[in-house]
Design a binder for this molecule. Structure first.
Ligand code: 4NP
Length: 155
């Protein structure tokens, strides 16, 4: 199973989602391939935002080596599930979808925790430590549920 996490810059939220999902999958013995990307190209080649690295580290997840890249149409072929961190990200992903199958692979990440509520993981870029911690906790909760479900599904 291959899972892609997508936000705007691929430096604040989706690298945390990539790192957390990968760690929980490893902890639960799941064979998951995880990656992340941004819908915008501003930060291609950059490591995650220092505040995301610091906050994830505080919570036991190392994302310091990740490198930002831009989402591309090929990702529909390379991943089974594509999770968008907010509604703008999902809309940008849908703009690139070639057909319904592409569209069906993608959803808002938090819909896996709060079905049908269309909640966003808020962009912490202009926030402070509190916003980065909130992002981590939301992402952890949803990735914990996704991996629990995959453990049951793939057993
Ligand atoms: P991200 O956060 O989408 O969670 O990576 C942002 C990073 C950079 C910018 C906006 C959001 N930016 O405008 O450069």
């Amino acid at each position: 199973m291959k899972v892609l996490m997508v936000c705007l810059g691929n430096i604040c939220r989706s690298p945390v989602a990539e790192g957390v999902l990968r760690k929980l999958a490893e902890d639960k013995g799941l064979q998951l391939q995880v990656d992340s990307a941004g819908t915008a190209g501003y930060h291609i080649g950059s490591h995650p935002d220092k505040r995301s690295i610091k906050n994830a580290k505080k919570n036991g997840v190392d994302i310091s080596n990740l490198v930002a890249r831009e989402f591309s149409v090929n990702d529909f072929d390379n991943f089974d599930r594509i999770y968008a961190l907010d509604a703008n990200n999902l809309s940008d992903i849908h703009q690139l979808a070639r057909n319904d199958e592409d569209k069906k692979k993608s959803d808002l990440l938090l819909n896996a925790l709060f079905p049908g509520q269309n909640n966003a993981v808020p962009d912490p870029y202009y926030g402070g430590e509190k916003e980065f911690e909130n992002v981590f906790q939301l992402i952890y909760a949803v990735c914990d549920k996704i991996t629990d479900e995959l453990v049951k599904e793939l057993k």
